[in-house]
Design a binder for this molecule. Structure first.
Ligand SMILES: Nc1ncnc2c1ncn2[C@@H]1O[C@H](COP(=O)(O)OP(=O)(O)OP(=O)(O)O)[C@@H](O)[C@H]1O
Ligand SMILES: [Mg+2]
Length: 356
């Protein structure tokens, strides 16, 4: 996948930016608060007109303006396509090849990109819930049926939690508990299988990418840590009933699972340096791009926001020069970060515009 031309108008601090990207590396360079992330965000919008920066479904028009417009033309599977997004009064109108789409979500199957933003570091640093969410979002994108299984499972766990809290006052609830535990066990086992399958897919790519980033000095292992009571989930749900009634929560099941990343045999989460943790998060994203390539036959657009900080020059060079055959948009503050760039385009950004 390759973007040929981009035009962004009245978006955040950008009045108008128009450029023809390089087919491989595009470095968006500038001081703080000049509009680098805004450009990355604008390109991301072509995947489905949703921002990655705010949870609300809002896209911010430039202060004092009424309407933001985003245009791009791109090649996918040998065909040239055009996307146009207009935002006015927080209403989105999207066009694909000049035809109005009934929903912005329809862009998702047309424009494919993978984004690394600094908040992705939480997948390594934060609690197991963040890692489960990372797994669930990635698997849901690859296997849409997983989303339904996951929501049935979550609903059943919420119901079980409600019942075990009320159980001591009403013993007749045991039949209901049986029903929900059966559902938790059936869907829980499917979820574990999907997650283990996805970890296996990641294992095909992450070790090689991580090894490249660390110039062959470090290796990574990823494993799925299943709650030890998950082997016979139904039986263990019944065994844990008494304890769960005291705590008021379901203590067994994949909603308690985690992923472990080991760098040279040591936990990356607990003992990894900042650069190592950033390298893990980045490897996971680049691996996801490889997975998408396997499915669609083409690399997605790769958006890397502020990826260079905390990385040493060797790791930076790997990013600049070794992600071959992809179109990359990478933002960074320090022009020295781009010294090792062999080929590509540098866009110097100042006050929401490209400095010539
Ligand atoms: N709706 C808006 N209208 C005008 N300006 C805005 C709007 N929303 C955000 N901005 C401004 O855009 C500026 C640039 O933001 P951006 O996040 O792109 O900076 P950046 O170049 O990525 O900086 P950093 O290096 O610190 O990450 C900010 O100063 C912000 O105040
Ligand atoms: Mg930024």
């Amino acid at each position: 996948m390759q973007i040929k031309e981009i035009n962004i108008k009245n978006f955040r601090n950008i009045s108008e930016i128009h450029f023809f990207p390089n087919e491989n590396m595009n470095v968006i360079c500038g001081e703080n608060a000049q509009g680098k992330t805004n450009i990355i965000e604008a390109i991301w919008l072509f995947t489905g007109a949703k921002s990655f920066r705010n949870n609300k479904d809002t896209i911010f028009v430039k202060f004092g303006e009424k309407k933001a417009v985003f245009d791009c033309s791109f090649f996918f599977k040998g065909c040239e396509n055009k996307i146009k997004i207009e935002i006015e009064d927080n209403k989105k109108t999207c066009f694909l090849n000049d035809k109005k789409l009934s929903s912005p979500a329809l862009l998702a199957g047309t424009f494919c990109s993978v984004l690394f933003s600094p908040s992705d570091l939480s997948v390594v640093k934060d609690s197991p819930g963040v890692r489960r969410k990372f797994l669930d979002l990635s698997i849901g994108q690859l296997y849409p049926q997983y989303i339904e299984i996951l929501s049935s499972y979550t609903r059943a766990v919420i119901q079980r939690n409600k019942i075990i809290k009320e159980y001591k006052y009403d013993n007749t609830l045991s039949v209901m508990l049986d029903v929900f535990e059966k559902e938790i066990a059936q869907n829980g086992e499917k979820i574990i299988n999907y997650r283990k399958k996805y970890i296996k897919i990641l294992e095909k790519y992450v070790p090689e990418i991580y090894n490249g980033l660390s110039c062959g000095k470090e290796n990574i292992e990823i494993s799925y840590i299943s709650n030890k009571n998950c082997e016979n989930l139904l039986e263990n749900l019944k065994i844990s009933r008494k304890l769960d009634m005291i705590s008021g929560v379901t203590s067994v099941g994949p909603h308690r699972d985690d992923i472990d990343f080991k760098i040279n045999g040591i936990s990356g989460r607990n003992f990894g340096s900042q650069g190592q943790q950033r390298s893990i998060a980045l490897s996971l994203k680049l691996a996801f791009a490889e997975v998408l390539k396997e499915i669609t036959g083409e690399y997605p657009i790769c958006l890397l926001d502020d990826v260079m900080s905390e990385l040493d020059p060797k790791r930076q060079n790997y990013i600049l020069n070794h992600i071959k055959d992809w179109q990359v948009f990478l933002s960074c503050c320090d022009p020295a970060n781009t010294d090792g760039l062999i080929s590509g385009k540098i866009l110097n950004i100042e006050n929401g515009g490209i400095k010539e």
